[in-house]
Design a protein around this ligand. Structure first.
Ligand code: XBP
Ligand code: MG
Length: 261
């Protein structure tokens, strides 16, 4: 049995984890921004799955412009175009989410409410834009919901994108907690890498896009928070989370096989 500190906080990734936002939310918003700017770019579902390997909307568009379109703009011209496109994309995304285009994944609302009631602290660690997070929380959990999350690490607070652990380290510092006292929730290989590199135990609920990622560093892989891995008929509870947190080894501290002398 690992000797974890008591569980004090839950830290949630947003895209793919709180809600399956990528295919019908972000992808559609990117395409709307391209159309608005008269660009003959279109990201279909399969291409978008490949592009998701690049974290961050601006970085994803820069990669596409150069790799798929061979765009030979000077760096400053490309940066200016991407800035305009991304502002437009964020507007479209916020509008779509506000109109109810995405829903929370199963079990998320229940566990968030239970955790609040139990006095656990809640936080967000994402690479997406802050406006997107606020829009999603308000549209799905209500106008007050952004305040339920005491710390929100987004692209506005931390420039380095996952798999860099910077956003998780920033969130932990703001919470004033050691990684040992918190549990992270992710949906992607990049996300699990970021969380575990920050020393966090991480639970993963993959999406169709991330199902093939490497999750060996995660504590447990779940279909979603409403289906327990040992008994899919029952939901994952706070007691399950506490048990996984208490029994999983802290990342990076797995016992190393002794060298035979
Ligand atoms: C999410 C991302 C983001 C979104 C798009 O990753 O990589 O780039 O796809 O949002 P994670 P922006 O779930 O690991 O945080 O356009 O605002 O970047
Ligand atoms: Mg994610």
């Amino acid at each position: 049995m690992a000797d974890a500190a008591p569980l004090r906080a839950l830290i949630f990734d947003v895209d793919g984890t709180l809600a399956d936002t990528e295919r019908d939310g972000h992808r559609v918003a990117f395409n709307a921004a391209f159309a608005e700017h008269g660009l003959p770019w279109h990201w279909d579902e399969a291409l978008y799955g490949e592009l998701l390997q690049v974290a961050g909307g601006v970085e994803r568009m820069a990669h596409y412009a150069r790799r798929h379109r061979g765009l030979a703009l000077a760096d400053d011209e490309l940066a200016a175009l991407l800035k305009r496109l991304h502002a437009s994309k964020t507007r479209h995304y916020v509008q779509r989410v506000g109109a109810g285009a995405v829903r929370l994944r199963p079990g998320v609302e229940r566990l968030v409410r239970e955790a609040r009631q139990a006095g656990l602290r809640l936080a967000i660690a994402t690479t997406t834009t802050r406006d997107n997070v606020i829009a999603l929380l308000e549209a799905t959990l209500g106008a007050d919901a952004p305040r339920w999350f005491q710390v929100m690490g987004t692209a506005q607070e931390v420039a380095a994108k996952k798999p860099d652990p910077a956003v998780y380290r920033w969130v932990l510092a703001r919470l004033g907690l050691d990684a040992d006292a918190a549990l992270a929730f992710e949906d992607s290989g990049h996300g699990v890498s970021a969380a575990t590199a920050a020393g966090l135990r991480c639970i993963v609920t993959p999406t169709a896009y991330s199902a093939g990622d490497d999750f060996t560093a995660a504590v447990v892989r779940l279909a979603d928070l409403d289906h327990h891995p040992d008994d899919p008929a029952r939901p994952v509870t706070l007691a399950d989370l506490r048990r996984w947190h208490a029994t999983a080894p802290r990342p990076g501290t797995r016992a190393v096989q002794a060298d035979p002398a």
